[in-house]
Ligand binder design. Structure first.
Ligand code: NAD
Ligand code: DAU
Length: 357
């Protein structure tokens, strides 16, 4: 059964996955209703990621509201004002390294913020069944794998960083609202995303930008940690599929089925950039520097996503090398975005270009 949705509240829509999701829903699906993007605009929120969307779609299709998801009153008001019938919750502190240095914001936004959204949804929806609260989570809640095996939906939770613990906690809360209050929720646990508009603190954009500016590329530990990479547009398509057709109370794993050691990813990026610049790749590879390992660094993630394929008919569409090449090309073609993010100018850009919603 497909949900017939009219007004979506997308939290964290100015971030990497959120902005790609909004673009996907408005441009590549048959959704005819309105998206309300609620974002606090932390360092990771960048409205330039949605500049074309704001120009292309009028206020009847797309609205931005600056707010903190922890602000209960603001969330209640937004839910009511826009008669929201689906929440797609992405707003979070998302970077593991930052959670190690300063966990407090992760606890507040990821746990308390999810709680306040659940409360706002419960207050507006009562016992409606034609609505949905979709919680976007991570494969990191399952902990670290050895050389073999995969994360399944039934894998016990074993988070090991402040980030993954805060996401695990929010997942439990979301499930509790289903069991206790019958709030129609769905969850997804996804592997590592890459693609356009990713903030250059994460491995792939950091590597691309460092290689392009001749800076060292830090690889943690022995570089043999394994991640399962998924192109962000494929994640966006998976999220929309679950929101439309996912069964209330269920979680769905989403992954790239594309495991690779970090060092192999970095070397491949050297080759892709060398080819794009028509230069040899050795000088790029010389920039690789093995550095001190991340504390508590999870060794391997690998996601089994048979359930979403079998039950909802989703599958990945972008091969890794192809996705990496177009990602590198995107960073090459968008040097203005890169420069403004690197210098912090993007915050000023937002003030100047975003005088109204
Ligand atoms: P991101 O850091 O790029 O974006 C997060 C967004 O949330 C930003 O726009 C930020 O301004 C906003 N935000 C932060 N705190 C807020 C608050 N208190 N109130 C309102 N807005 C706030 O993150 P991302 O990589 O796009 O990840 C989005 C979601 O997907 C997160 O929930 C993350 O846990 C999950 N996820 C990410 C990945 C990945 O590889 N990036 C994989 C699986 C799941
Ligand atoms: O698995 C899903 C998760 O993927 C998401 O939930 C997180 O929000 C997202 O940030 C990502 O977490 P990771 O910690 O896996 O991503 P990151 O890009 O930070 O690191 C990827 C791998 O690369 C990891 O093994 C650490 C390593 N690394 C990372 C950085 C930033 C390096 O070796 N050097 C680096 O400079």
């Amino acid at each position: 059964m497909e949900r017939n949705l009219h007004n979506l509240l997308i939290t964290g829509g100015a971030g990497f996955i959120g902005s790609n999701l909004i673009r996907h829903i408005l441009r590549a699906t048959d959704f005819t209703g309105r998206i309300v993007n609620v974002d606090k605009l932390t360092y990771a929120g960048n409205l330039e990621n949605l500049a074309e969307i704001r120009n292309e779609f009028g206020a009847g299709r797309y609205r931005f509201e600056r707010a903190d998801i922890c602000d209960q009153e603001a969330m209640n008001n937004l839910m009511r004002k826009y008669e929201i019938d689906a929440v797609i919750h992405l707003a979070a502190e998302s970077h593991v390294d930052r959670s190690i240095v300063g966990p407090a914001d992760f606890i507040t936004t990821n746990i308390y913020g999810t709680f306040s959204l659940l409360e706002a949804a419960r207050a507006l929806w009562g016992d409606r069944h034609d609505v949905v609260f979709h919680h976007v989570s991570t494969d990191e809640v399952f902990g670290s794998l050895g050389a073999n095996g995969y994360f399944h939906e039934s894998t016990p939770y074993a988070p090991r960083s402040p980030y993954s613990s805060s996401k695990a906690s929010s997942d439990h809360l979301v499930r509790a609202y289903f069991h206790t209050y019958r709030l129609p929720v769905t969850l997804s646990n996804c592997s590592n995303n890459y693609g356009p508009y990713q903030f250059p603190e994460k491995l792939i954009p950091l590597t691309v930008l460092n290689l392009l500016s001749g800076k060292e590329v830090p690889v943690y530990g022995d570089g043999k940690h394994v991640r399962d990479w998924l192109y962000v547009a494929d994640h966006a398509a998976a999220l929309w599929t679950i929101v439309r057709r996912g069964t209330a109370g269920e979680s769905y794993n989403v992954g790239g089925e594309n495991e690779m050691e970090n060092i192999a990813v970095v070397r491949l990026l050297c080759d892709i950039i060398a080819a794009a610049k028509d230069r040899p790749s050795e000088p790029y590879k010389k920039l690789i520097a093995f550095v001190k390992d991340r504390p508590g660094h999870d060794r391997r993630y690998a996601v089994n996503c048979d359930k979403i394929k079998r039950e909802l008919g989703w599958k990945q569409s972008v091969r890794f090398e192809e996705g990496l090449r177009s990602t590198v090309q995107w960073y090459l073609d968008n040097s203005g975005w890169v420069e403004r993010v690197k210098t912090g100018e993007y915050k000023k850009w937002m003030e100047e270009n975003y005088t109204h919603r």
